[in-house]
Ligand binder design. Structure first.
Ligand SMILES: [Zn+2]
Length: 74
């Protein structure tokens, strides 16, 4: 097992509501997997109650990091 010093760094921006820019975790209505391996999340902002869709391009992320990316940034 590698040490944390050897662990690669993956930088990503925090996901915020495109309407009001809050970083509060939105209400996920539905998650869909696209044919190209991406995932789309239909969600509603807890602050402004407006709808938006988050598209996650899973192929661009490390395999072990994709689930952590979702839980840490949403
Ligand atoms: Zn909002």
């Amino acid at each position: 097992m590698a040490t944390w010093e050897d662990a690669p760094l993956v930088f990503t921006e925090m996901v915020c509501c495109p309407h009001c820019h809050t970083l509060r975790k939105p209400i996920v209505i539905r998650t869909e997997r696209g044919g190209d391996g991406s995932r789309s999340r239909k969600q509603v902002c807890r602050v402004c109650s407006r709808r938006w869709v988050l598209v996650i391009e899973t192929e661009a992320l490390p395999e072990n990091g994709s689930s952590g990316f979702l839980s840490d940034t949403l």
